[in-house]
Design a protein around this ligand. Structure first.
Ligand code: AMP
Ligand code: MG
Length: 401
């Protein structure tokens, strides 16, 4: 076991024991939010054929050089209809948005710029080639438009549909068990006995796990008892990974650390980050396990800088197009923010956009038990060890969104 590792080393150790990556083929209509296992290429040209971007008339631009000019209407082209007949000199074809362009036409006049009278149309506006959408101007058949690791969120999902995919090969959602530990914890909404507090970490971690494209299996919290903990961990070891919260510090009742040392397999304990220093990583009966701190802020911060990149790295998520957790941003500090000696400093900041810059300030106090601070702020600084942030300086940060 390594003790007190820096951030990069912690990730390197954890990624030596990655989350198992499996893939599955699912119907397109179930693919919302899923992550592509392989690049997706188009089955079709997009557009499939030259078509009109406007309702109006398909014409020959050379027939419309004088204004007004009058043409004979020889056909209609509708979206989904048959291909219209060719137009010759002095002729026009009525055309709807998305309908195929007749041969012979090289421009479109908007319907607003025309007046129809029987089979004659008078043109009193411009005939524009730019109103024609050319075949394959967006995508060519066979072109890979979505990379592996992209999340099928709104636009990506629509693009997969545009490209004709009735089924998609996606990363199978791993199941990640989440277990809070502590005698003092009771579910919100129940009566509190003296000394008890409401349990919140398991809900927050489950939410993050789901945002990372995994299935969260949340447990009721266990008491600080080695036997209870062993029984529960054994039960959970069939999942793809386990996240625990609490019980990894130096205290006598920090039983997750103790049981992992005595009966599990610990790869590292404690990271050089603040807050969130106590995490451990190892395996329980072969299942990767992160022991996250119990302090509510610390457990979430440790997830963002340790668990999220581990999931993304294990499953091959695309850095820009994958699930949006722990995205980086460069921000301008509006105040001095002290760093931490020997530790990566993850202070909560509120990031706002002003005059083309992302400005960052701190608001509430930064105690690691203060969950309000995680809502009052929307980012974390990434101040390198022994580095203070100065007002006006640009620093790296991550979004808490
Ligand atoms: P621990 O790491 O177990 O010593 O817990 C540190 C602090 O976080 C204590 O004040 C705990 O009461 C609190 N805490 C631990 N687990 C949770 C949880 N699941 N939800 C809310 N607070 C917790
Ligand atoms: Mg505890």
């Amino acid at each position: 076991m390594e003790e007190g590792v820096d951030h990069d080393r912690a990730l390197e150790i954890a990624l030596a024991n990655p989350l198992a990556k499996n893939v599955e083929v699912i119907p397109f209509h179930h693919a919302n939010g899923r992550v592509l296992a392989n690049p997706l290429a188009s089955y079709v040209d997009d557009p499939r054929f030259d078509n009109s971007a406007m309702d109006g008339f398909a014409v020959r631009a050379s027939d419309c050089e004088e204004s007004p000019s009058t043409l004979t209407v020889v056909g209609v082209s509708q979206a989904g209809g048959d291909h219209p007949q060719k137009i010759g000199p002095g002729q026009a074809c009525k055309i709807m948005t998305g309908a195929p362009l007749p041969a012979g036409a090289d421009a479109i006049v908007m319907v607003e710029d025309t007046k129809i009278d029987g089979n004659r149309v008078t043109i009193h506006g411009p005939a524009r080639t730019g109103y024609i959408r050319k075949r394959a101007e967006n995508l060519s058949k066979g072109q890979e438009a979505l990379p592996a690791g992209a999340a099928l969120t709104t636009a990506a999902l629509a693009l997969a549909g545009t490209m004709g995919h009735g089924e998609v090969e996606v990363v199978k959602r791993p199941t990640i068990a989440i277990l809070s530990t502590g005698d003092e914890l009771v579910p919100p909404g129940t009566e509190l006995a003296p000394g008890q507090i409401y349990e919140s970490n398991s809900h927050a971690l489950a939410s993050l796990v789901e945002s990372m494209g995994c299935r969260a299996v949340r447990q009721e919290s266990t008491n600080d008892s080695i036997d209870e903990l062993r029984g529960t961990l054994d039960k959970l070891s069939g999942h793809d990974a386990i996240l625990t919260s609490g019980g990894v510090s130096m205290g006598e009742w920090d039983l997750v650390r103790r049981i992992m040392e005595e009966e599990g397999d610990i790869s590292f304990w404690r990271m050089k980050i603040r807050p969130g220093g106590p995490p451990l990583f190892g395996t329980w009966k072969g299942t990767p396990l992160f022991g996250l701190p119990g302090n509510p802020v610390s457990s979430l911060v440790a997830f963002h800088v340790l668990v999220a990149p581990w999931i993304a790295g294990s499953l091959g998520y695309h850095p820009e197009l994958g699930p949006r957790v722990s995205r980086r941003a460069s921000v301008v500090l509006e105040e001095d923010i002290p760093g931490a000696p020997g530790k990566l400093c993850l202070r909560r900041i509120r990031i706002r956009s002003e005059n083309g810059q992302l400005l960052a300030t701190t608001h509430t106090h930064q105690g690691s038990g203060n969950m309000h601070s995680m809502v009052a702020h929307n980012g974390l600084t990434l101040l390198p060890p022994d580095t203070d942030g100065r007002a006006g300086e640009i620093i790296e940060a991550i979004w808490l969104l």
